[in-house]
Design a protein around this ligand. Structure first.
Ligand code: FMN
Length: 228
């Protein structure tokens, strides 16, 4: 059982981390869900604060600590490596920010919860593939995993774990049993001995076409578009 914590103050992170550990959690996920609107806050200071919180929580609890992040850092791979060095046991990619909409008649901002779909997974696949085999921390995918094939893709990109929320809200908890059945069948038909065998097989380090995850592929992708 993994406790998830989104703190706001230094004491809050530490106190609740300890409380979650003492309540029996096997591990802790620190969720850095924070939209910075103050133009005086610079990115480097923000990242430093994040690293300070991770180091402080690590020193305060005995259980493994994973970090759930947003993709909006200027050099995500660098931050991931710094978190790895700071002792993060896991990196959870990525927070999904819920974007407010605008009601133009009411002149109001409208909070809107739009659940993910499988398209949201692509951003996660790219960064899982980039980090896989390059950090000691375990990698978890969150955002856009809805089907058995989504799960296979996340694992092939490098995920050691796949989180699923929207799919379970839409289809109920029995969806998990369905995914497990389909996954066993998928692996058996393709003669995989275990899911582990597929883990990281499409990472940047091992994929036959690594440039697909990088900028170099941009022109090729644009040329694949055809008007219907
Ligand atoms: C109704 C709802 C409540 C959520 N509450 C939390 C939360 O308390 N803490 C958290 O880290 N993420 C929370 N999330 C985000 C999910 O953990 C997850 O990152 C996100 O839904 C993307 O995954 P999905 O595509 O499987 O839904 C919530 C999502 C939904 C839809």
């Amino acid at each position: 059982m993994i406790g998830s914590l989104n703190g706001t103050s230094p004491e809050g992170w530490l106190d609740y981390a300890r409380l979650i550990q003492d309540a029996g959690a096997d591990a802790l996920e620190l969720n850095f869900y924070h939209v910075v609107t103050d133009p005086n806050q610079d990115g480097a200071a923000l990242e430093q604060r994040l690293l300070d919180v991770v180091r402080a929580v690590k020193a305060h609890v005995r259980i493994p600590v994973a970090i759930k992040l947003s993709p909006f850092y200027s050099s995500f791979a660098n931050l991931a490596h710094q978190l790895d060095d700071a002792g993060a046991s896991g990196l959870v990619l990525f927070n999904r920010f819920y974007q407010p909409d605008i009601d133009p008649d009411a002149l109001d901002a409208v909070p809107r919860l739009q659940l993910s779909d499988s398209g949201d997974l692509l951003l996660r696949l790219r960064w899982l593939a980039i980090l896989s085999g390059r950090v000691r921390a375990s990698l978890a995918a969150t955002g856009g995993a809805h089907t058995c094939i989504d799960t296979v893709k996340a694992v092939m990109a490098g995920a050691h774990a796949v989180q699923m929320v929207a799919a379970l809200l839409l289809h109920g908890p029995s969806h998990l049993a369905k995914i497990r059945r389909e996954l066993s069948h998928w692996l058996e038909v393709r003669e995989y001995e275990s899911l582990e065998q597929a883990q990281g097989s499409m990472s940047l380090l091992r994929c036959p076409n690594p440039e697909a995850f990088e900028r170099g592929n941009y022109m090729k992708v644009l040329q694949t578009w055809r008007a219907r």
